[in-house]
Design a protein around this ligand. Structure first.
Ligand SMILES: *Cc1c(COP(=O)(O)O)cnc(C)c1O
Length: 452
């Protein structure tokens, strides 16, 4: 038997050949050696496709080297139609936020320095005035993400005490983040009240003891319940518990600062209304409907936010200067709502008229057609994602490909500049609702390159 693996060149021989020597000029030796080993390993597994000559070996080694040099975290095109896709990094940042990050990243800043007094300051001052202005809250604190804001609120108010929560709100938000687990990690003893579908005010009040630290309300952000359902609003609870009584923590999830009713997106609570409801603390994410960087924002009563700020956990959950820079620049856009809707990519994508999305899909389709690809423009249903407006479908338009959807999806996903589409009814779709309009030209080039 003639086993082709027997005749494989050695690592040394491959490194001495001209193609590898050229690669050694532009990459660290160890990396080239590893790329040679990767190539040999691949050929051992698939000997039928072994390179036939030095040139072919060189190409294979170069490809392996490129793979090793590739960054792990890479930019891609989200053509899934899910605008806030947690796996794909949620909100693309507005240009103003990127500019602010660039400026702060490149040098020193007054992150924890009070320029008026010439003395040590606090990083917690930077977004709080703007958050108070935009939400009506007495005070605000920014931490790493929404889960951290809830953890900190529960830990501050109910550590070694009881936290009362409805059985209808013991939910999983996604990616192994479960509300009861977070509350337990916050040090609170969970007191479940009501049932999955119905919880009444007396269920809460009957559960109160001298050990109650907080009542927690969790917004059903990623599902809805219909039928025989009763729920107690934060407002009712706060009124019943009274000013100065047991504090209500309202975990809102998405931070919607502008009403989107005009665009057919209804039912998601506005942050300003949640703050007004009487909750001691409202927690929201920075990178959902707010459209900014990953962050968790706690908005609430002055004394409660002050206690949260003084909690030693805050140090472990604090945000870095780049997040603060991006968040402040994003929040500032909300002073002019029309500008926010235009310049915050998440809002712009959600509010683009479907006719415009269809025009863009048609332009992409004709560019692909002129390169010989058989595609058509189809109507599609996009969605908000990220645990917001769980039932809203946003009318959209997509380019649908003819041919092997599974193979084409993989080719786009694994290409140099990945494009993530979705397969529906056996067809590969690229939905333009979740692609920022400025990216249209580069998306077309990426698709053409992936299929070349
Ligand atoms: C998304 C969400 C969270 C978690 O926020 P992250 O920023 O993802 O940590 C918490 N609660 C609710 C209701 C949410 O929708």
């Amino acid at each position: 038997m003639n086993d082709p693996r027997r005749s494989l060149p050695s690592v040394d021989a491959l490194l001495r050949a001209a193609p590898a020597r050229a690669l050694l000029e532009r990459a660290p030796r160890q990396l080239v050696v590893d790329a040679v080993r990767d190539t040999l390993e691949r050929v051992r597994l698939d000997p039928a496709h072994a390179p036939r000559d030095d040139g072919a070996w060189g190409k294979a080694i170069e490809a392996a080297l490129e793979e090793r040099q590739r960054l792990s975290l890479r930019a891609l095109f989200n053509a899934t139609g899910v605008v806030l896709h947690t796996n794909l990094g949620r909100a693309p940042l507005p240009a103003a936020a990127i500019e602010a990050m660039r400026e702060i990243a490149a040098g020193y800043s007054n992150l924890e320095y009070d320029l008026d007094r010439g003395a040590r300051g606090s990083r917690h001052t930077h977004c709080s005035a703007l958050l108070r202005e935009l939400t009506g809250a007495e005070d605000a604190l920014v931490v790493n993400n929404g889960a951290a804001a809830l953890l900190l609120a529960v830990n501050t108010l109910a550590s070694e005490r009881e936290a009362v929560v409805s059985r209808g709100e013991l939910v999983e938000i996604g990616g192994s983040f479960r509300i009861p687990d977070v509350m337990a990690r916050g040090g609170a003893q969970l007191v479940e009240v009501g049932t999955t579908n119905r919880t009444h005010l007396p269920d809460y009040t009957a559960a109160l003891t001298p050990r109650t630290g907080a009542v927690v309300k969790v917004h059903r952000s990623n599902f809805t319940m219909h039928g025989f359902v009763t729920d107690v609003s934060v407002e009712e609870l706060a009124t019943a518990l009274g000013e100065g009584g047991v504090p209500v923590v309202s975990d809102l999830g998405s931070g919607l600062l502008l009403p989107l009713d005009e665009w057919g997106l209804r039912g998601e609570p506005l942050v300003r209304d949640a703050v007004r409801s009487g909750a001691a603390v409202v927690t929201v994410s920075g990178d959902k409907l707010l459209g900014g960087p990953q962050a968790g924002i706690a908005l609430g009563k002055r004394d409660v936010i002050e206690r949260m700020r003084a909690n030693p956990l805050t140090r472990a959950l604090r945000v870095d200067k780049l997040t603060l820079a991006a968040l402040e620049a994003t929040l500032r856009l909300y002073r002019e709502p029309a500008r926010a809707a235009r310049e915050i990519p998440t809002l712009a994508m959600l509010t683009t008229p479907v006719e415009r999305v269809r025009e863009r899909a048609t332009a992409l389709q004709s560019r692909l057609a002129s390169a010989g690809h058989r595609t058509s423009v189809v109507s599609s249903d996009a969605s908000v994602g990220g645990g917001s407006f769980p039932t809203s479908r946003i009318p959209s338009a997509a380019v649908a490909f003819e041919g092997d959807a599974v193979a084409m999806e993989a080719a786009l996903r694994r290409s140099e500049h990945p494009v993530i589409g979705r397969i529906e009814d056996g067809r590969l779709l690229l939905d333009l609702r979740s692609v920022p309009e400025n990216d249209d030209a580069s998306l077309a080039s990426a698709v053409l390159a992936a299929f070349a």
